[in-house]
Design a binder for this molecule. Structure first.
Ligand code: MEV
Length: 420
């Protein structure tokens, strides 16, 4: 069986790391070549992806190691500008792997499309009238996407509610759609637009907005794991992590940063696979506020053994078909590296990544602080900007850390000094 754990992976050159990933994921030479070819996303494709294109923008891509999810090993592709994120996730995943890894589940790819109807004279009466026509509305939706229906998806339900607003009551209709392996925005929006005229007629009102909701509460990914007190560094560390979690659970200021740590991992993997980072971020943060108070997305507790147990549940509307995932040549390889067979499997691996990322951050914060780890990477970046390379770079980094002066002006001063 393939293993996602490597010792000394970080010490390899990027080319040698790619060789390992190639073997793990069965990549072709052509697929590997895409990583080092800045033109792998050619201008023609780029020009079709968005408007007013003037070029392409590249970011580092790496893989998080050690992820064992439901007994299967994964390398998780991540694209981010932030140092330490990938190493932190890999470390936490290693700790989880020692206790069997992550266990995950998924509710299914069920999205919600919203239709806003205003100027309804008798909104409660209209709501009931809409629900009476449920089957007809579902048929109308499904006529719009026979392919989705053929594969077992499509509209499955309709909900209607009366929403009090500053402009009086509005009737809000929800189309409940199984989008299978697609993120689903196109399918759901098309259905919402197709049914809006009928709904307006049925209610005697006027239909306005017709758009999917990113608060995908029916498309939840869940992950849980055990972090043994031994792998964490003792029961004392377990207690410190619990205190950090309690802080986030009660304070929105802290919860925002705590959840940002979760999304450091998830957004990087979402981006790598060509999915919509904003959709996932919006859904996650809204879900964190579902009780009326913004709080932590993850939950950390201590089990009977004194070990730390964590769980995470959040909306995860990621797709495998359509969008940039199918167009972007590196996103395609990212999906292959991840080795998932469905959008649901992808969503679950991303939830496990979020949980690992969170643990790594709060463990560091609750113990040594994050600056120590950050500083050496930060020092490398600064030294590179100051023009240092090779041996000179190592010397400048070492000196800046020893002097606790990790600043560009000091790096430049050292480069001048050592060069001289
Ligand atoms: C930094 O990108 C993320 C953290 O701030 C997350 C956290 O505070 O939990 C370290």
């Amino acid at each position: 069986m393939k293993s996602s754990s490597y010792s000394g992976f970080f010490k390899l050159s990027p080319e040698d790391r790619l060789k390992e990933v190639k073997e793990f994921a069965g990549l072709s030479d052509d697929e590997c070549a895409r990583f080092s070819d800045p033109a792998s996303l050619d201008m023609g494709k780029a020009d079709h992806m968005i408007e007013n294109v003037i070029g392409r923008y590249t970011l580092p891509m790496s893989v998080a190691l050690n992820f064992v999810v439901n007994g299967k090993d994964y390398l998780i592709p991540m694209v981010t500008e932030e140092a330490s994120v990938v190493a932190a996730a890999s470390n936490a995943a290693k700790m989880a792997a020692a206790s069997g890894g992550f266990t995950t589940s998924y509710t299914g790819s069920i999205m919600i499309g919203q239709i806003q109807i205003i100027n309804v004279r008798d909104p409660e009466y209209a709501r009931v009238a809409i629900l009476e026509q449920k089957d007809k509305i579902i048929s109308l939706c499904n006529e719009k996407d026979p392919v989705l229906v053929k594969f077992g998806g499509g509209a499955i339900d309709v909900e209607a509610r009366v929403l009090p607003t500053a402009q009086g009551p509005m009737v809000i209709v929800h189309l409940i759609v199984n989008t299978l392996d697609a993120m689903g925005a196109n399918a759901v929006n098309t259905m919402a637009e197709a049914t809006a005229p009928m709904l307006a007629e049925l209610t005697g009102g006027t239909s306005y907005l017709r758009i999917l909701s990113n608060l995908a509460v029916r498309r939840l990914a869940r992950a849980r794991c055990v972090m043994s007190k031994k792998s964490l560094g003792g029961e004392d560390v377990v207690d410190k992590v619990l205190a950090a979690y309690a802080f986030a659970a009660s304070d929105p200021y802290r919860a925002t940063t705590h959840n940002k740590g979760i999304m450091n991992g998830i957004s990087a993997a979402v981006l790598a696979t060509g999915n919509d980072t904003r959709a996932i971020e919006a859904g996650a943060h809204a879900y964190a506020a579902r009780s009326g108070q913004y709080t932590s997305l993850s939950v950390w507790e201590k089990n009977a053994n004194g070990d730390l147990v964590g769980s995470l549940e959040l909306p995860m509307a990621v797709g495998l078909v359509g969008g940039a995932t199918k167009i972007h040549p590196i996103a395609q390889v990212a999906v292959k590296i991840l080795g998932v067979k469905s959008a649901g499997e992808m969503a679950q691996v991303f939830a496990a990544l979020g949980l690992a990322q969170n643990l790594a951050a709060i463990r560091a914060l609750a113990t040594e602080g994050i600056q120590k780890g950050h500083m050496s990477l930060h020092a490398r970046n600064i030294a590179t900007v100051a023009g240092a390379e090779g041996e000179l770079l190592e010397r400048v980094v070492k000196q800046m850390i020893a002097d606790k002066k990790v600043r560009l002006d000091y790096a430049q001063e050292l480069v001048e000094k050592y060069k001289g």
